[in-house]
Design a protein around this ligand. Structure first.
Ligand code: HEM
Length: 388
């Protein structure tokens, strides 16, 4: 009997080891990116003599050009580029600049590497063992939080505020940078319902305000960066694909968001009893909503699979039928920022470049959702500067 149990355990263990190896193999394959150097150029050597750098080193790929961004965003000497990893450098650099006013390209790249490990950890199996994506993500998040905290504290000092747990001045000078970080540092909770300990009078008879700690702000920044990273990068990549498929349609942002919302859905809770499609949903029931089910409902969008820009002309879709950013009180707070980021990118790329797909495919082929809806292999393209 003991022997039998031992055999069963051995079989289960081997199966587990086999599954884990498959999973890691898939993970490592997924981070391999092929790049090709444009013939006849003397541009900086790509990392890895074989032209098969892993994604971490792909960051070096954009390094030379971040300065002149976005004009020189695409790596000189590569006319064939892979859109998705490059766009992620763009969205991350924008976030560093917009949220923290960090535009030092070395620092951006120093942060990007661990940041990628953090966001990969989000969409991984929940196995926290040494070497798993989740474990690596947790470790990288500690590093990146720490780095953000240093930036926050430095700014707090510039603004004559002090670190966590220390006394805080109430009168703030003009912030050195008008970015999200300054706003967060200046934001104070003035809720009159606050208890006496939190809102007291100082010797100048001014109300002491409750500010957020550097650690908390660093967490919020990381959260905003993560929420706005794959989402906007996916939209831009899919837009590039649709624009390659439909070169005469440049007004595609809304369409892409309907056909391929990067945020697949989310958990929510019923605030009150209600009936939906014949089902009674009691107050407090946990629910999962998906945008794509509204977007693909022919009652909302006739012939829903069709890429048809005219749908958004005139009055546009009925309320709560087009919900890529969610709806109601919980709607995405990064909505306007995402729109600007995507439009700035499109404005520059459309004016400066023409592009064609390197993997030919049916224009109606489905995007692969894993977990973001993307064209195969990160969408390799051939770029040409626009001459007219
Ligand atoms: C195309 C880009 C984006 C899409 C499609 C998108 C979509 C969404 C959706 C559907 C939600 C859930 C809303 C709900 O539960 O009702 C959400 C939440 C959120 N998004 Fe975005 N988002 C995008 C970009 C961004 C950006 C750029 C930021 C930050 C800079 C951001 C920050 C957040 C945050 C913090 C939440 C959580 C809000 C909460 O729970 O109260 N998003 N987003």
């Amino acid at each position: 009997m003991d022997d039998l149990l031992l055999k069963i355990y051995m079989v289960l263990l081997s199966a587990l080891v086999f599954l884990l190896s498959l999973y890691s193999l898939k993970f490592f394959q997924s981070i391999l990116i092929k790049t090709k150097q444009h013939e006849g150029t003397t541009a900086v050597e790509p990392p890895g003599a074989t032209g098969w750098p892993i994604i971490g080193e792909t960051l070096d790929f954009g390094r030379a050009n971040l300065k002149g961004f976005p004009e020189k965003f695409f790596y000189d000497g590569f006319e064939e580029v892979i859109v998705y990893p490059l766009v992620k450098i763009y969205t991350f650099s924008m976030a560093c600049w917009f949220l923290l006013s960090v535009d030092d390209e070395c620092l951006v790249h120093e942060l990007l590497k661990p940041f990628n490990v953090v966001v990969d950890g989000f969409a991984s199996l929940p196995i926290n063992l040494p070497g798993t994506p989740l474990n690596r993500g947790i470790k990288a998040s500690k590093f990146i939080r720490n780095e953000f905290e240093k930036i926050v504290k430095q700014r707090m000092n510039q603004m004559h505020l002090f670190g966590e747990g220390e006394e805080k001045e109430t009168i703030l000078p003009q912030p050195p940078a008008k970015d999200m970080l300054s706003q967060m540092i200046m934001f104070s909770d003035n809720n009159p319902e606050d208890d006496e300990a939190n809102v007291t009078d100082d010797h100048n008879n001014q109300k002491k305000k409750k500010f957020m700690s550097a650690t908390y702000i660093a967490d919020l920044i990381l959260c905003l960066m993560a929420a706005g990273y794959h989402t906007t990068s996916t939209v831009i990549t899919v837009l590039m694909k649709f624009l390659a498929d439909f070169p005469d349609v440049l007004n595609g942002v809304l369409l892409v968001l309907r056909l391929a919302p990067p945020f697949q859905g989310g958990f929510t809770e019923a605030l009150t009893d209600f009936t939906y499609a014949g089902y009674f949903i009691p107050k407090g029931r946990k629910l999962y909503w998906t945008g794509i089910s509204s977007h693909m409902n022919p009652e909302n969008f006739p012939d829903p699979e069709k890429f048809d820009p005219s749908r958004f002309q005139g009055k546009g879709p009925a309320p709560y039928t087009f919900v890529p950013f969610g709806g109601g009180a919980g709607m995405c707070p990064g909505y306007e920022y995402a729109r600007v980021e995507i439009l700035v990118f499109l404005h520059h790329v459309v004016r400066r470049y023409k592009w064609e797909k390197l993997i030919p495919g049916n224009i109606n082929e489905r995007l692969k959702v894993n977990p973001y809806p993307l064209p195969p292999k990160g969408f390799p393209i051939r770029l040409q500067p626009r001459t007219t």
